[in-house]
Design a protein around this ligand. Structure first.
Ligand SMILES: [Zn+2]
Length: 137
């Protein structure tokens, strides 16, 4: 009986996409919004949460695997840039007594500079160009 059910489920899922990181992110956002919405009771949030849930279920059972993989790759790129931004903020906070972070004006590389108050000349190690940096705090 149970084996028949598992076989039927396996046949149904054959060629379908299934879960990935974007699917789990959508489900987590769905649950977060539904918890928040129990306190707020917004109609717009209610619509948004079910749009997300329907999108997640649609992606799970989709047969267009190539397109779902592209969506997931895009999501992972965005997620990585969000993680990098918060890691950069964390580094800035951790090193706040030792150094300052500034961006190179030419190649936009993040430079970790010792605290020397006033205007200083800095040479970027990535692009090799020099520019002035003002550190006042
Ligand atoms: Zn540079």
């Amino acid at each position: 009986m149970f084996r028949k059910f598992v076989d039927a489920l396996r046949r149904f899922m054959y060629g379908r996409y299934g879960g990935d990181q974007l699917y789990f992110a959508l489900i987590i956002i769905f649950f977060v919004i539904s918890v928040v919405n129990t306190f707020i009771g917004s109609y717009l949030l209610w619509i948004l949460q079910y749009v997300l849930l329907i999108w997640a279920v649609y992606r799970y059972f989709s047969r267009n695997i190539y397109k779902r993989r592209q969506e997931n790759r895009k999501f992972l790129g965005i997620w990585q840039s969000i993680k990098n931004f918060f890691a950069y903020l964390g580094d800035k906070f951790r090193d706040r007594k030792v150094c300052r972070y500034r961006k190179c004006k030419h190649c936009h590389a993040a430079l970790r500079l010792p605290i020397k108050k006033g205007k200083n000349s800095v040479k970027c190690p990535r692009c090799g160009k020099s520019f002035k940096v003002n550190i006042w705090i």
